[in-house]
Design a protein around this ligand. Sequence first.
Ligand SMILES: Cc1cc2nc3c(=O)[nH]c(=O)nc-3n(C[C@H](O)[C@H](O)[C@H](O)COP(=O)(O)O)c2cc1C
Length: 327
Amino acid sequence: MDISTSYMGLQLKSPIIVGSSGLTENIDHSRAYEKAGAGAIVLKSLFEEQILHDVDEQRLNNMYGSFSDQEYYAMYYSKKHNLTQYVKLIKANKAALDIPVIASINCVSAEGWTDYAKMIEEAGADALEINLFLLPAEIDQTGAQKEQVYFDIIDHISSAITIPFALKISYYFSGLANFVHKLSKTKASAVVLFNRFYSPDVDIEREKIIPGDIYSCKELNVMTIRWIGILYEKIRMDMAASRGIYDGETVIKNLLVGAQAVQLVSAIYKNGPGIIKEMLDILKDWMKRHEYNSIADFRGHASQHNIKQPVLYERTQFMKYFSDAGY
Ligand SMILES: Cc1cc2nc3c(=O)[nH]c(=O)nc-3n(C[C@H](O)[C@H](O)[C@H](O)COP(=O)(O)O)c2cc1C
């Protein structure tokens, strides 16, 4: 039975990708994901903001605002050190694994996006994932202005590298289908739907803002299912499903609506790498029962494009359901 898939032009031996996070910072762990059947890994993002913050701390320590040669060197070194560490991580993963290694960046400056992307290509990564989120929180900025920034960054990156790249996005777009359609006309090879971010929560006793849960819950996946299902066949671009994938049945659902691959993070944090094999066993068993020999035989079967009642994807109000709460 063939559970291989193609994603961003890469041939993956299985549709399960270990998503960008601290999970992929350790080579032994990455070996365990490969052994459990992962088709690829995405390295933790290289955050330009974090690097600039480290540099700023050194600048703040400089009381007179003038830098000695040594201080300039320390700042330069700190930045270089972070970048060198990331290059080492890419090289070590490439040497240790047979599956594709996808690097990830999150930058804040135009030069950052291009310089980091180039460095990652030179380090030998098979592909790049762009972890880009612009919170639409400014009341005087339109959605169109915000979206333009995404396209400008994609232009910068596509002029800098030749390896395939994917954009990992949030759902904070007023015209999500239109945005992804426009994205599919750029040089990006894939879109990851959706990222999950740090969210603030409230401590009611101390009346303070505290970090929300960092791990997803499985209920989040229905939103991914809806959007991949709607976009399948409407865009010429690979789609990877992300958020709330905790079991083999959910992997099958995301493939059925049209995903090329799925990304796991919270499920591995909570259950360890063995969950990958468990999910793949469920996928294989299901394929056997349904007499499918390859993922291509069923991918997209439950998409909006392929079902008899496409309107089911666009229904949003409960109307008939739950009008009587029943208690
Ligand atoms: C601890 C942790 C660290 C993460 N770090 C990153 C990161 O560096 N870059 C990134 O793009 N996403 C990061 N993410 C988001 C995940 O890649 C993923 O998109 C999100 O957790 C949703 O998938 P899940 O439901 O399988 O957890 C992180 C998530 C967690 C829980």
